[in-house]
Design a protein around this ligand. Structure first.
Ligand SMILES: Cc1cc2nc3c(=O)[nH]c(=O)nc-3n(C[C@H](O)[C@H](O)[C@H](O)COP(=O)(O)O)c2cc1C
Length: 334
């Protein structure tokens, strides 16, 4: 179902501002929201905000770029749902690596029901650390997510049971490596502990109240939260890897766009999603993940998919920074 295009509408800074605000719903590593938008009358510029980077956990800024890519895709989705076609120029200035993308409205497009549902999914989407129930994720669901990732130029591979066992070993190694690194422990505490910066980080309501019984160990945030997870074992979870043939900033940004697209569609399918990034953050386990992928590409992120146990209440919402902490409006028209 479509409604008429909005070709008559002039691109305005207001549309860009609305998109930047909607992008605030995007997921990010430790909920750092490491992006900054500059809103101009004729374009939207995305910058990395390295004051919220994780130099110990994420020294190459892989997860920072993936997080910013997710915010970029959220902004694209918001503009489409308003009836705008957009062009995205990734990394437009080679001399300024923190300038990640420029988004420009190129014309009008029919507003589809699908575009509107994607915006609704942006508001519903959340990270789910509850165990999953014995309802399998179907091949059709995974195929749809694979097509969604492909459309952004990123591959999605569903791990076989043997590969899930290998993943569990890699995750355990990555956890050990993190536990031995004071800088990583300090960052985890900073973004999940009581002193986390206002509007960011993980509140106790989204962190399990006990170590969940899972095939692949969930990230250890160092302290127990209040999210009730019970004693069930998540036997029906499916693990997928987002990967690609390049391993640079442009690829990580694209991976983030794919992550957002896949997560929003998984949300519409009723699936719970949990990212596992430790195995990609740590050099040694990233190599293990490459082997699991038979060296066909570079791993960007592992995702657990499943149907969350309805016996346990939904996790609370993670906070977000106020709009003016992540965006500035250029009134000069430059
Ligand atoms: C690149 C990236 C990596 C992430 N890695 C993990 C992870 O390893 N373990 C985890 O529990 N959550 C992980 N998350 C989920 C974030 O903690 C979550 O997106 C953030 O706290 C915001 O919460 P929300 O997704 O519910 O909005 C990751 C998210 C992103 C975007």
């Amino acid at each position: 179902m479509t409604t008429p295009t909005r070709e008559h509408r002039r691109p305005t800074a207001a549309a860009y501002a609305q998109a930047a605000e909607a992008a605030g719903h995007a997921p990010s590593i430790h909920n750092t929201q490491p992006w900054h938008w500059q809103i101009h009358p004729d374009r939207l510029d995305l910058y990395a905000d390295t004051t919220r980077a994780l130099p110990g956990t994420d020294p190459d800024e892989r997860m920072l770029l993936v997080s910013c890519g997710a915010a970029l895709h959220h902004a694209q989705v918001a503009l489409h749902a308003e009836g705008y076609d957009v062009a995205v120029r990734p990394l437009p200035d080679p001399g300024l690596p923190e300038h990640l993308a420029t988004v420009t409205i190129t014309g009008g497009t029919p507003v589809t029901a699908h575009a509107v549902r994607l915006v609704q999914a942006m508001q519903l989407r959340h990270t789910d650390r509850r165990p999953t129930v014995d309802v399998p994720v179907t091949a059709e669901q995974v195929d749809e997510l694979r097509r969604i990732a492909d459309a952004v130029g990123v591959h999605l591979h569903r791990l076989t049971p043997d590969q899930v066992t290998d993943l569990a070993v890699a995750v355990s190694h990555a956890e050990d490596a993190a536990a031995a690194e004071p800088a990583v422990l300090a960052e985890t505490h900073r973004w999940t502990g009581p002193g986390r910066p206002a509007g960011t980080g993980l509140p106790p309501e989204v962190i399990p109240d006990r170590r969940p019984e899972t095939d692949v160990g969930e990230r250890d945030f160092g302290a127990r939260g209040t999210l009730s997870v019970g004693g069930g074992h998540d036997k029906a979870s499916t693990y997928v890897v987002l990967f690609g043939t390049e391993d640079d900033r442009a690829a990580w940004l694209r991976a983030g766009q794919a992550l957002s697209a896949v997560w929003l569609h998984a949300t519409m399918q009723g699936l719970a999603v949990l990212p596992f990034s430790q195995v990609v953050e740590v050099d040694g386990t990233r190599v293990m993940m490459r082997r699991i992928l038979s060296n066909l590409g570079y791993p960007y992120l592992v995702l657990r998919l499943g149907v969350a146990d309805p016996e346990h209440a939904l996790p609370g919402h993670t906070p977000r920074l106020p709009f003016d902490a992540t965006a500035t409006i250029d009134q000069t028209g430059r």
